[in-house]
Design a protein around this ligand. Structure first.
Ligand SMILES: NC(=O)c1ccc[n+]([C@@H]2O[C@H](COP(=O)([O-])OP(=O)(O)OC[C@H]3O[C@@H](n4cnc5c(N)ncnc54)[C@H](OP(=O)(O)O)[C@@H]3O)[C@@H](O)[C@H]2O)c1
Length: 402
């Protein structure tokens, strides 16, 4: 079992305070301890400013500050209608502008059998990333999608439909991870950012696109894949590093995770950015299984989740301390040997998208040290059918599907 994130995905043993100023972002930091070493950490405005465009820190119990202007930006190209001669299958990958999503997009695009719709919040970054890794020009389309805004998700679905491409596979891959955040941040709709983006944004997207995927004719390879993580599974060593994932009785989620009427944490506890990420991953894995129970038999669509391995170099750790980000990859490579390159992880996710032997529905895939896939076991909570049903019903209300 990989020990990925044994250190990474736990709350840092430090205090970190940040304050928002009108002309920009400043951060004041206190010394912190990492691997027994005292370090000083400075988070610059450049790191925070990107996050602020979609989400804004706020003090609790004040009038909510919502994200600004998250509808499709001016630089989103109107998708052109597909040529009838294009016989490729179509896959949507959220968060395809970096890391696992980009590596997967590259593998599928290079195969010549897939057209990749890159569902990304930063259009130019996605376009540049696709070019930088050499994805053939006609193998992909970038369509704006900010998962931290329900309106943006709806706009994205409209744009996909306008493109005229029949959809085969959806990959819910994008995620934010805020291990050093002292205060919660919020989506445009007022949900705590990690669960709002990683779970609720994808929940709405997957539900809306089910209509399109299930109506695709004469095709057996129709799949919905939601990327999970070992860190949400408390039946593993990594999943037992505090703070552990725990959705409790979902009281915070039922209250809207807004920090005013309810807690920002699903279980109703105090804000903890690392735990919020792990909780969101439990939601991802529960959602996949609930979709399997509700839709697989009726539609033939395959639902799957996976843990791709510890990809210690990706942007997921962008909000972690610089020293941590420097030491984590070699630590995983040479000490735990749990390291997986972005390229290898991309091949694994691409397998779950397209390999006919990985077509079983309701499975959480993992890979052994020889890179062979196997059906892994989820923790008790991440496979709790009652909890999955309750999560589904609350999430439906929050994203206005019921
Ligand atoms: N890295 C690991 O070791 C590891 C292990 C297990 C599972 N995972 C999972 O793998 C998946 C990909 O993570 P990664 O490691 O590849 O990290 P990453 O490089 O940071 O990729 C995350 C992607 O999500 C996008 N994103 C973030 N917020 C978004 C929003 N509001 N709307 C749309 N897109 C948004 C990012 O867009 P920008 O480029 O615009 O920032 C980026 O493209 C995640 O689900 C993560 O939980 C990772």
């Amino acid at each position: 079992m990989s020990t990925c994130a044994v250190a990474a995905l736990s709350s840092p043993p430090t205090s970190f305070t940040s304050e928002r100023v009108t002309s920009g972002i400043t951060a004041s930091v206190q010394p912190s301890a990492f691997l027994g070493t005292k370090i000083s950490v400075c988070k610059g405005a450049s790191v925070l400013s990107r996050a602020v465009s979609a989400s804004i820190s706020r003090q609790p119990l004040v009038a909510p500050i919502r994200a600004q202007g998250v509808a499709a930006p001016a630089d989103t190209k109107a998708p052109t209608t597909t040529k009838k001669t294009d016989t490729k299958s179509t896959v949507i990958i959220t968060g395809a502008s970096s890391g696992l999503g980009l590596a997967t997009a590259k593998v599928l695009a290079d195969s010549g059998e897939w057209h990749v719709i890159m569902a990304c919040r930063d259009f130019l970054k996605a376009e540049r990333a696709a070019r930088a890794v050499g994805m053939p020009k006609d193998s992909y389309t970038v369509i704006h999608c900010d998962l931290s805004s329900l309106n943006s998700v709806k706009q994205f679905v409209d744009n996909v439909r306008q493109s005229g491409r029949p959809l085969d596979v959806l990959v819910c891959n994008a995620a934010v991870y805020l291990p050093t955040a002292k205060e919660p941040r919020y989506t445009a709709d007022g949900f705590e950012l990690s669960v709002g983006t990683n779970h609720l944004g994808h929940f709405l997207l997957a539900n809306m696109l089910m209509e399109d995927i299930q109506h695709k004719e004469n095709d057996t390879n129709r799949r919905v894949i939601i990327v999970g993580s070992i860190t949400g599974n408390t039946n593993t060593i990594a999943g037992n590093v505090p703070p552990k994932a725990n959705l409790g009785d979902l009281r915070g989620l039922a209250g809207g995770l807004d920090g005013v009427r309810s807690s920002v944490m699903i279980d109703g506890g105090e804000f903890d950015g690392a735990k919020a990420y792990k909780d969101s991953k439990v939601c991802n894995m529960l959602t996949m299984q609930e979709m399997h129970r509700r839709f697989h038999e009726k539609t033939g669509v395959t639902f799957a989740s996976l843990y791709p391995g510890c990809i210690a170099t990706t942007g997921l750790f962008r909000e972690h301390y610089q020293l941590f980000r420097t030491l984590f990859p070699p630590f995983q490579k040479y000490i735990t040997k749990g390291y997986v390159s972005e390229e290898e992880a991309g091949k694994r996710l691409a397998q779950v998208v397209s390999d006919p032997t990985l077509n079983k529905s309701g499975v959480y895939w993992s890979w052994n040290n020889q890179s062979n896939s196997f059906e892994n076991e989820l923790s008790q909570e991440a496979s709790d059918a009652e909890k999955a049903k309750k999560l589904w019903e609350i999430s439906e209300k929050l994203v206005n599907l019921s």
